[in-house]
Design a protein around this ligand. Sequence first.
Ligand SMILES: C[S@@+](CC[C@H](N)C(=O)[O-])C[C@H]1O[C@@H](n2cnc3c(N)ncnc32)[C@H](O)[C@@H]1O
Length: 278
Amino acid sequence: MAEEPSFSGEAIAAAWERHRTRLFEGQRELSEWIVRHLEPRPGQTILELTSGPGETGFLVAERIGPDGRLISSDLNPGMVAAARRGAEARGLTNVEFRVIDAANIDLPDASVDGVLSRFGLMLVPEREAAFAECRRVVRDGGRLSYGVWGPFDRNPWLTQLVGALLQHGHTPGGDPGGPGGVFSLATPEINRHVLEEAGFTDVEVEEVPGAQHYVSVNEYWDVQTEIAGPMSGIVRSLDADGQAAIKSTLTQMVEPYLVAGGGLELPSLALGVSARAA
Ligand SMILES: C[S@@+](CC[C@H](N)C(=O)[O-])C[C@H]1O[C@@H](n2cnc3c(N)ncnc32)[C@H](O)[C@@H]1O
């Protein structure tokens, strides 16, 4: 197996900012599920973890009004800067921006009314610490609402690309089901378990199906290999022939997902998860 090359957090953040609309809108339904189950009210203080460029949190900022406060946060300072620019472009004035590690949240106990995250908590290797930290910072009765990817075999949008890389001897990101893996919170049972262990109750988990649309295999390849850190590192370490060989494998693999009139439709399945701080 080839060794996994490194990638730059700054470059990944720049790619997320470039593709922010596609990345948000492609899973808008999940964002709306998260916000609905967070139940934000005017005047509340809400923390967004793993914000990326911040779009899901911005839906909350609109709901909590001028007297509310959204703390938009991510571990990657480049993502935090992208979120700040996104909020400025929308004219949002009730948002502050922080670099925060979800496993070690730099906020006082019981200092927020709710916590949200979209597609981030499963990436934190210190999972138990992250959920304990969410419970610590949210007041009693407050809410945690988040989204994660469902099982491997229900997410061809990712597994096709990973499969093509694997066929060429590359292993992006290690074990996808292991700690910090993209599918490490992929079942209702595991989410219930970690939430209840951390002191949450009234756990609700719902499947949120979706699909990603690309005009071509090239577009699918370009977007995903720019935004996904481990894949980006591998692809940038390859010469043109190496990339072309993987793309050719990928083109064959995604044939079942070609749609009439051109383009690709790749199914996805997310889980919306919410709970109350007991
Ligand atoms: C897949 S992106 C999701 C971005 C955004 N929430 C969205 O749904 O479009 C995952 C984000 O989690 C952040 N992240 C990863 N580990 C983290 C940690 N330990 N603490 C905070 N953020 C983290 C990454 O920097 C990245 O911005």
